[in-house]
Design a protein around this ligand. Structure first.
Ligand code: RNT
Ligand code: ZN
Length: 422
């Protein structure tokens, strides 16, 4: 393995190569250091949560496959695993919580009864770890979600239950945001939809709009919390109809001044989520991303450094939108070491961002302005083989995080020492 001196030397060489194209690697790294990802707590236990079993909160809404041993079973285990994951991800990041991950102390607190007290432990822990928190209502895996409908259910008492839940989640988000110098992003995704042909689609969409209007009637200062709403294309059990489709939430967020959340797994496989960024930013101040990897469908595979993720990050940089787009991760694979999965995904997004920041954008823009499309394409192609790996390794070195390949052994050590004892 190369030592620190070799890494520095390799970085210096890379710096010169990039400088020749008008790119400052130091500046790119400075911007990368300021970027922060919201790591999803739910990769640590297969979207399980810590609600007591008496509530019978099983199934419905989300599918996780795999039975790899060692998953976190308690709050303490999840926090320990998160610490391990964060230690292998360069930079300072955020933690994305779901309402089902509260500290309920074993008591059967139903979703319409949760409150900030149940998240005080997370708030204290995050402050101690230097992490900022984001939050999500949990509108799935519950008997009242079993029918496939929640906020758009025909039955007003079921809608009422979920309205109360989401309202409380927003209050919890404000409580979390108050303690950190950055707004807590509250994201709302609901599973509402149907397996087969649905006649009264308009009814459900009107009901959803009505529920949302009631939820968001309560206003919070946006220094403490911000709202996002996440659309979906289809799910298992909601193949024919999804109430909260892209058009629905695009309409809702643009008319109510909320953020739209784009999950990269929630579109047709050939659709480019990267291309949606500049279209939406013309009409909306901010956006939330759920970075995922769908294979044929919304399969939530571990994110890797593929063209889709590179295009997405490149678009954020080209549109100068890093301050307007919140980046969260959303995948879950129970078929491999869960900490390793977190780290692979987070490092992939950061690498994609670094590659975007290293793009000779000024020069490319110039070629474009001049109508020189040959040079634009040629330069884009040639940047692919520039020594970006040396810049990444140097980033890890200065952030005191293990570089590529070396972090793998650390995940294996943790598996041996901690996970295999569970
Ligand atoms: C589901 C959505 C949603 C969830 C998380 C757990 O399709 O992507 O964001 O993955 O809330
Ligand atoms: Zn998502």
């Amino acid at each position: 393995m190369p030592g620190d001196m070799d890494r520095k030397k390799a970085y210096m060489e890379a710096r010169d190569r990039y400088a020749a194209l008008g790119v400052s690697t130091d500046e790119a790294l400075e911007r990368l250091r300021r970027a922060s990802l919201s790591l999803h707590c739910w990769q640590g236990d297969d979207v399980g949560g810590f609600e007591p079993r008496e509530l019978g909160l099983e199934g419905s809404g989300i599918q996780v496959t795999g039975r790899y041993p060692g998953k976190a079973r308690t709050l303490a285990e999840l926090r320990q695993d998160l610490q391990q994951a964060f230690a292998l991800i360069p930079g300072s990041h955020r933690l994305n919580l779901h309402a089902m991950y509260g500290d309920f102390g074993g008591s059967a607190v139903d979703r319409d009864r949760i409150d900030p007290r149940h998240f005080q432990g997370w708030r204290d822990w995050a402050a101690q770890e230097g992490l900022k928190l984001d939050f999500n209502a949990t509108c799935f895996a519950h008997p009242l979600a079993e029918s496939g409908f929640t906020l758009s259910h025909r039955d007003p008492s079921i809608r009422e239950f979920w309205i109360e839940h989401v309202k409380r989640c927003r209050a919890i988000s404000e409580y979390l945001g108050e303690a950190q110098s950055s707004a807590c992003v509250h994201n709302l995704w609901i599973p509402d939809g149907a397996k087969d042909i649905t006649i009264d689609r308009l009814l459900h969409r009107r009901l959803l709009k009505e529920s949302l209007d009631r939820i968001y009637a309560v206003e919070y200062p946006d220094t403490r919390m911000k709202d996002a709403l996440e659309s979906k294309l289809f799910g298992i059990g909601s193949e024919s109809f999804v109430v909260g489709s892209h058009e629905f939430y695009m309409g809702y967020t643009l008319t109510s001044g909320k953020m739209l959340c784009l999950d990269t797994g929630h579109f047709h496989p050939t659709e480019s989520v990267a291309d949606k960024i500049s279209a939406l930013l013309v009409f909306s101040d901010e956006l939330l991303l759920h970075v995922s990897r769908g294979i044929r469908w919304d399969s939530d595979h571990v994110v890797i450094l593929n063209d889709e993720i590179r295009d997405l990050m490149t678009e954020l940089v080209r549109a100068d939108a890093l301050d307007r787009v919140h980046i969260a991760l959303d995948f879950f694979d129970a078929g491999m070491n869960r900490i390793g999965a977190w780290v692979i995904g987070a490092r992939a997004v950061l690498k994609a961002l670094l590659l975007a920041l290293l793009e000779p954008t000024i020069r490319l823009r110039q070629h474009e302005e001049e109508g020189d499309f040959f040079q634009r394409l040629a330069l884009l192609e040639d940047t692919r083989s520039l020594p970006s790996g040396a810049v990444w390794d140097y980033h890890c070195l200065t952030r005191e995080v293990l570089p590529d390949q070396e972090w793998i052994a650390e995940v294996l050590r943790y598996e041996r020492d901690v996970l295999s004892q569970r």
